[in-house]
Design a protein around this ligand. Structure first.
Ligand SMILES: Cc1cc2nc3c(=O)[nH]c(=O)nc-3n(C[C@H](O)[C@H](O)[C@H](O)COP(=O)(O)OP(=O)(O)OC[C@H]3O[C@@H](n4cnc5c(N)ncnc54)[C@H](O)[C@@H]3O)c2cc1C
Ligand code: FES
Length: 256
């Protein structure tokens, strides 16, 4: 699908907690062409600084309203500027970019940690009416705002928090083996911190379940031109996360 350059109208911009925001954009053509797991390269200001766009996953899409929601954490200059964009304004978006998840299998398990949960919401929506099961991990209850985003599309949500303030105390890898042993899954999709995804891949391989992972690398161009986002692959070549990914089969990439 060709990438588009769109001035999307901001229809809502809300805070989930101190540093996480959800921005909803009216963007009919992006909504029409986007797949779960793809991302939008956002120009956060009309000024020339910062020059580079910021990659943000497509978190959810409302086909009826023709809107798309991006959920992001404010961590630096770019996301701080993005947080200042007001409803009614326009956001310069390039997308949809990258290769998203391949929808396959009948018993999917989605495993997300931290902001890596974002692309799994639209994935869960597109997997419906399959019985989607989700395992979500966060540091604490304050960071676990995700269940309400999954509520309409998924009844079976497992939660872990590092401090035990919600769900099981610990992390997703602590509960994953037991889920796998009872869940009869035939596909695992995961996105989150690399150590978490490594743990998920290890378990998936142990139980011989196909697994797709969504990688995050620092990106500049977002369209395959600058090579700033490459990672090693099992065939000895390199892959560009922006155009070959961000979603890969677990065995395809080795160095991440
Ligand atoms: C495919 C993809 C999807 C993403 N989806 C989300 C999402 O849904 N929600 C979310 O909160 N974050 C997401 N990120 C991370 C997000 O892009 C960074 O948090 C953001 O670019 C930080 O910009 P900044 O200017 O605020 O921070 P700074 O640290 O000031 O950024 C400086 C530079 O580093 C790059 N950068 C910094 N951190 C990252 C990072 N983790 N990944 C990639 N580039 C980075 C910035 O783009 C910028 O070029 C995604 C990253 C990628 C690659
Ligand atoms: S970000 Fe430029 S090649 Fe991937």
């Amino acid at each position: 699908m060709p990438k588009q350059h769109v001035q999307a109208k901001v229809v809502q911009h809300i805070a989930y907690n101190e540093d996480v925001r959800a921005i909803t954009l009216f963007a009919p053509s992006l909504v029409r062409d986007s797949q779960p797991g793809q991302f939008i390269h956002v120009r956060v200001t009309e000024q020339y600084h910062p020059l580079l766009r910021r990659p943000i996953s497509i978190c959810d899409i409302d086909h009826e309203q023709q809107t798309m929601t991006l959920v992001y954490r404010i961590i630096g200059e770019g996301t701080r500027l993005l947080a200042a964009v007001e409803p009614g304004g326009l956001l310069d978006c390039m997308g949809p970019l990258g290769n998203g998840f391949i929808l396959q299998g009948n018993r999917p398990l989605l495993v997300g940690g931290g902001m890596g949960v974002a692309p799994l919401v639209y994935l869960a929506r597109m997997l419906c009416p399959q019985p989607v099961e989700v395992l979500l991990g966060a540091r604490s209850k304050q960071e676990m705002f995700w269940p309400e985003l999954f509520a309409a599309v998924c009844k079976n949500i497992h939660i872990t928090t590092d401090d035990g303030s919600l769900g099981t105390r610990g992390n997703t890898i602590d509960v994953l083996p037991q889920l796998i042993q009872t869940g009869n899954y035939d596909m695992i999709y995961t996105c989150g911190p690399n150590p978490m995804m490594r743990g998920v891949v290890e378990q998936a391989q142990k139980y011989d379940i196909p697994c797709q992972i969504s990688l995050e690398k620092h990106m500049a161009c977002g369209v395959g031109a600058c090579l700033s986002c490459t990672c090693g692959a099992s065939d000895g070549k390199r892959r560009k996360v922006c155009t070959d990914g961000p979603v890969f089969w677990a065995g395809e990439v080795t160095e991440w």
